[in-house]
Write a protein that binds this ligand. Structure first.
Ligand SMILES: Cc1cc2nc3c(=O)[nH]c(=O)nc-3n(C[C@H](O)[C@H](O)[C@H](O)COP(=O)(O)OP(=O)(O)OC[C@H]3O[C@@H](n4cnc5c(N)ncnc54)[C@H](O)[C@@H]3O)c2cc1C
Length: 407
C-alpha cells in the first residue's frame, strides 16, 4: 500500500485503516498468486471472464471480505448496516489492484443491496448469507434498451396473477448477467405512472421464462448481458418492499453504491499515479530522467490534486451516509468528480508512458479501457450534474429565491 496518509482524515474510524491495510495485503497476495491472473484480459473470451469473476467472488467470500457488501450480522454481514466507508475503501483498494476483482466485490453489494436495505427476514435469510460467503452471485437489473438515464420509463411488466407475479420484458447492460444466481429486477406493476409504478422482485436464474438473451462484449470485459423475461412467474413473496416502492428502493441502493463507484475510480487513478511515478523516475532521456522535466512535474502535480479532490468528495459522501444523513448531492458530486478526474489522471499516465502506454495489456492501457464505463453506469456524468443542479436549485428556492446578483 503506497500513500495511506488519507486514512487519518477525520472521515475515518480507527478500524477503517486496519481494514484497508489488511485488504491491501490480501489483494496483493490474491492477484499475484491467482492461477487465472496470468491470463491476458484483452484476449479472453466470455467463458474466461466468467471463470475469473467466479474465482474472485469465491476468494473474496472465503476470506470474509464480502461480509462488508451486505447488511445484517444475522445474515452474514459484517455489521447491521452497510459501512459505506468500508465499502468504499474495499473498492478503492481492489480497483487499484485489479478492476475485475473490484467488480466482483461491487456487484455482490449492488446486486443484493435492495435485499439488504428493504428485504423481509425470509429474503435476507435466503440470499444474504450466500452472497456474503461467495456461494451465490447477485445482479441488479434496472436498465432496459429504452430506459437508461430515463429509468422511470422502464417497460418490463409485472402482472399479479393470484399469489404469483408474471414478468414480461427485457433488461440490458446487466452486470453479472450470464453468471448470476439471482437478479433483483425492477418492473412496472402499474400502481401509478412513471417512477411510482415500479416494484422490485427477486428472480432466481433457474426460474422458467428467464433467459440470457445476449452476452455483451465491452472494451474492459466483464460478465454483462441482455436478459429476457417471457411469462416468467415468481411468487409474490419475491417482491422487495411494497408494490410501487421499487424506484425508491433502486435509488436508495444507488445512494450507497454510487459513492462506491467514485471510490473504484479513485483506486484506478491512484494506480495510474503509481505507474506514472514509476515510469517517470526511471525513464532516461535527454541526459536525465523524465521526472526531471518540469512539464512532467506539472503533470504529476495535477494528477495528485485531482486524486485528493476526488478522495475528499468520496469520503465526505461515505462518511455522511454513515451518519445517516441524506447523501444524494454528495454522492453525485463524488461520482462525477472521481470518475471524470480518474479519466484525466489515467490519460496523463498513458502520456507519460509514451508508446508503451498504448501497448495492449500494459497496466495504464488496461486502466484506460477500464475507467471509461464508470462515467456511464450508475448514472452518467451528465445525470450527476443534473442531480447536483436540481438539489442546488431546490435549496435556493426553499431559502426564498436566489441571492441577488452582485453588480
Ligand atoms: C459496463 C456497464 C455496466 C452496466 N451495469 C448495469 C447493471 O448492472 N445494471 C443496470 O441496471 N444497468 C447497468 N448498466 C446500464 C447503465 O446504468 C446505463 O448505460 C446508463 O444509465 C446510461 O443509460 P444508456 O446507456 O441508455 O444511455 P442514455 O440514457 O441513452 O444516455 C446517452 C447519453 O445521454 C446523456 N444524457 C441523458 N440524459 C441527459 C440529459 N437530461 N441531459 C443531457 N444529457 C443527457 C447521458 O449522460 C449519456 O451521455 C451498465 C452499463 C455499462 C456500460
Amino acid at each position: 500500500m503506497a500513500d495511506t496518509q488519507y486514512l487519518h482524515w477525520p472521515f475515518f474510524a480507527p478500524h477503517h485503516a486496519t481494514f484497508a491495510a489488511a485488504l491491501d495485503a490480501w489483494a496483493t497476495q490474491h492477484v499475484t498468486g491467482a492461477p487465472l491472473a496470468a491470463d491476458n484480459l484483452h484476449h479472453v473470451d466470455a467463458r474466461n471472464v466468467d471463470a475469473r469473476c467466479r474465482h474472485h467472488v469465491r476468494a473474496l467470500g472465503e476470506s470474509g471480505w464480502l461480509r462488508y457488501a451486505v447488511a445484517g450480522a444475522a445474515y452474514g454481514g459484517a455489521a447491521d448496516t452497510i459501512d459505506t466507508r468500508a465499502v468504499c475503501l474495499a473498492r478503492e483498494t481492489l480497483a487499484r489492484h485489479d478492476a475485475l476483482l473490484d467488480f466482483a466485490f461491487a456487484m455482490q453489494g449492488l446486486g443484493s443491496g435492495a435485499i439488504s436495505l428493504a428485504g423481509t427476514h425470509e429474503q435476507r435469510a435466503r440470499y444474504l448469507p450466500r452472497v456474503a460467503r461467495g456461494d451465490a452471485i447477485a445482479a441488479f437489473a434496472l436498465s432496459e434498451p429504452d430506459a437508461g438515464s430515463d429509468v422511470a420509463a422502464l417497460q418490463c411488466a409485472a402482472t399479479v396473477d393470484g399469489d404469483q407475479v408474471v414478468l414480461n420484458g427485457e433488461k440490458t447492460w446487466i452486470s453479472n448477467g450470464g453468471i448470476a444466481d439471482f437478479h433483483v429486477v425492477f418492473a412496472r406493476t402499474g400502481d401509478a405512472p412513471g417512477a411510482r409504478g415500479i416494484s422490485a422482485f427477486i428472480v432466481d436464474a433457474d426460474t422458467r421464462g428467464f433467459e440470457v438473451a445476449e452476452r455483451l462484449d465491452v472494451m474492459a470485459p466483464h460478465p454483462l448481458a441482455r436478459l429476457r423475461f417471457t411469462n416468467c412467474r415468481v411468487p409474490i413473496s419475491a417482491r422487495i418492499g411494497a408494490s410501487g416502492e421499487g424506484f425508491k428502493i433502486a435509488m436508495r441502493t444507488l445512494d450507497v453504491f454510487r459513492t462506491s463507484v467514485a471510490a473504484a475510480a479513485l483506486g484506478m487513478a491512484r494506480r495510474a499515479l503509481d505507474e506514472a511515478l514509476a515510469r517517470s523516475t526511471s525513464r532516461r532521456l535527454f541526459g536525465g530522467v523524465l521526472s526531471d522535466l518540469q512539464l512532467t512535474q506539472a503533470s504529476l502535480a495535477r494528477m495528485a490534486i485531482t486524486i485528493d479532490s476526488a478522495a475528499l468528495l468520496t469520503y465526505r459522501a461515505a462518511w455522511q451516509r454513515d451518519q445517516g444523513r441524506p447523501v444524494t448531492r454528495e454522492a453525485a458530486m463524488a461520482k462525477y468528480a472521481a470518475t471524470e478526474g480518474a479519466q484525466q489522471v489515467i490519460d496523463a499516465a498513458v502520456q507519460l508512458w509514451g508508446g508503451l502506454g498504448v501497448l495492449h495489456d500494459m497496466p495504464v492501457e488496461r486502466l484506460y479501457r477500464e475507467i471509461r464505463a464508470l462515467r456511464i453506469y450508475e448514472g452518467a456524468s451528465e445525470v450527476q450534474q443534473l442531480i447536483i443542479a436540481r438539489e442546488l436549485l431546490r435549496d435556493a428556492a426553499s431559502a426564498g429565491g436566489s441571492p441577488a446578483p452582485s453588480t
